[in-house]
Design a protein around this ligand. Sequence first.
Ligand SMILES: Nc1ncnc2c1ncn2[C@@H]1O[C@H](COP(=O)(O)OP(=O)(O)OP(=O)(O)O)[C@@H](O)[C@H]1O
Length: 417
Amino acid sequence: LEGFPLVPPPSSSVAFCTKISTFSRISASPDPNAFDMIGEELQHSLSMQLGVLEPNEVQNSSLPFAMRGENVFVIAQTGSGKTLTFLLPILHHLNNTFASSPSQLGAIVVGPTAELMAQHYAIAKKLAPTLVERVLFKTPEQVIADLKSPLSSNAAEYDGIKIVAIDEVDAVLCGNEFNSTVPESSIELLNLLPDQAQYILTTAHLNRAHTKALNQLFPQINMIRQGGSSQSILVPTLRQEFHYFSGNNSKKLEKLESILQKAEDNPLRAGQSTIIFCETESGVELVHSFLEKSPLSKAFAPRKLHVRMEPNKRSDALSDFQTNPEKCRLLVTHEIAARGLDCPLVRHVILFDTPKDVSAFVHRAGRTARAGEDGTVTCLVQAGTGFNGGGSFGQHKQLHALQDAPKLNFKKAGDAN
Ligand SMILES: Nc1ncnc2c1ncn2[C@@H]1O[C@H](COP(=O)(O)OP(=O)(O)OP(=O)(O)O)[C@@H](O)[C@H]1O
């Protein structure tokens, strides 16, 4: 493991970051508008294609580092616009700094699922259709297959990479491990990525073990962390509901049906798009087939999304859910849809199974209340379940102790001044 970023720390006293910017400090002496750094063409695409007019505090804090080519680690609430914190520097550098080799790839974005990589590709394509083919969008498994398989012809593509963005970095590099040991597969992945590139890392929440693991992998990086406390992570526009009950699975399904019915009966919530998260694929199948037979099926047209489905069925279900609420406004899924997916119509997330830990709660709940919009997360808490598979209702105190992150400023095209 030589050179940046793979420098194992000589001792545990190595600092995690070279600079820490919390938003409270930033707002005391505001940066100039960070979108001024990306050039007129990209600014124009941002407003015309995405309706994004001004940077928010997350982008204003992190873009100056990333645009200067520095390594940055952005940790900020779900739905806060972290995607632009790596796509804008990548597209800007491709158009300027690396413009002399237009036939070469310049950057790679790595993320945990094919769905998220397709979403990022689509956004980059909207922003810069002529540059997007110079960026790879890959899952870790795809990188390893490209670079290690003797049959792969894709290895040469990686030669020109100068920027590496790792989105949902804890999911990509720490996996589902709840300890601070970095999995072998992550070491393998990082060894395949270039040492001498700029690294931009993002996530919405890091637990203590993952903080330690990433500390070992990236001892020198500018960390932009939102808020002062690791407890201040919930989106301020997110409303939380907890339903405590005891009973078996059929009781739980009845409870779910009554929650959905109640939401439909509420004139303020009727017609909303909803995501239901289960823990396993078999849970997804169970809930989906129950809802298909329910009288609510007509109103919601439920679809399912899980890893055992064929790739084209996965993308059809997601695309209908994201773009066509008349065809589908309820998605039953699991961890595969917990990270990064941006479905602006979703106003309600139901956690059918208790999430394994705070991180899982934050990411799943974060599929709603994005970009300053309101949303509700409803958590079903069955007696005898809790974090890490066991435990009791008492463990939910951890969720109740979470605090709101600072409110961010989102100004979209069409908003009244
Ligand atoms: N400055 C901005 N003004 C208005 N809207 C914005 C701005 N930046 C991003 N958005 C919008 O906010 C939404 C959420 O952005 P994005 O998906 O990048 O969030 P994220 O922080 O990556 O979320 P997650 O942690 O769930 O991955 C998107 O629809 C995006 O277009």
